[in-house]
Design a protein around this ligand. Structure first.
Ligand SMILES: [Zn+2]
Length: 164
């Protein structure tokens, strides 16, 4: 949506301008999507760019931050882009909730029966990332035992028959 002048005034009341960025005042958790402020049911940074362009954001397009400040709504720091470009930005900035975990970390998370909250803190990734890893919605290509390796004491006769 494109804000009216009146709505834009109210929008700007929630913005703190620094030397470069325009900071939207409500920011919560560093990892969740919800951290992007909303107004009138739309994301603040999308509203800012729409108003600047005086048209809606193209369907299927995401608004990327050219600066690394996620709650910035300065239209000069915003640009329309594809989802792929946006994911690339997030990885570049280390702000992706999936970050770049090592394969060992992914396996360790997959094995672990510790609470997600603890794992998410240890690896500094979102809770969602932990459950995505455990349910194999992410890093599907990383294989490995999904159960702890068998103890060496197990009797040879009890080994399951492996498929040829
Ligand atoms: Zn900015």
């Amino acid at each position: 949506m494109v804000l009216t002048e009146e709505q834009y005034k109210r929008f700007m009341e929630r913005v703190t301008k620094t030397d470069t960025c325009w900071l939207w005042k409500s920011v919560c958790s560093a990892w969740e999507e919800e951290e992007y402020g909303k107004m009138y049911g739309c994301y603040a940074h999308r509203l800012a760019l729409s108003y600047f362009l005086q048209r809606n954001i193209m369907p299927g397009t995401v608004v990327r931050h050219l600066c690394k400040t996620k709650n910035c709504v300065n239209p000069e720091h915003l640009t329309e882009g594809s989802h792929t470009e946006n994911m690339r930005d997030k990885i570049r900035d280390g702000t992706s909730k999936y970050k770049r975990l090592s394969e060992d970390a992914v396996r360790a998370i997959r094995y672990s029966d510790e609470p997600h909250r603890i794992l998410s803190k240890r690896y500094t990734v979102a809770l969602q990332a932990i459950s995505d890893i455990q349910c194999k919605r992410r890093w599907k290509k990383i294989h490995g035992p999904t159960l702890p390796p068998p103890t060496p004491q197990s009797e040879p006769g009890n080994n399951p028959i492996l498929p040829a």
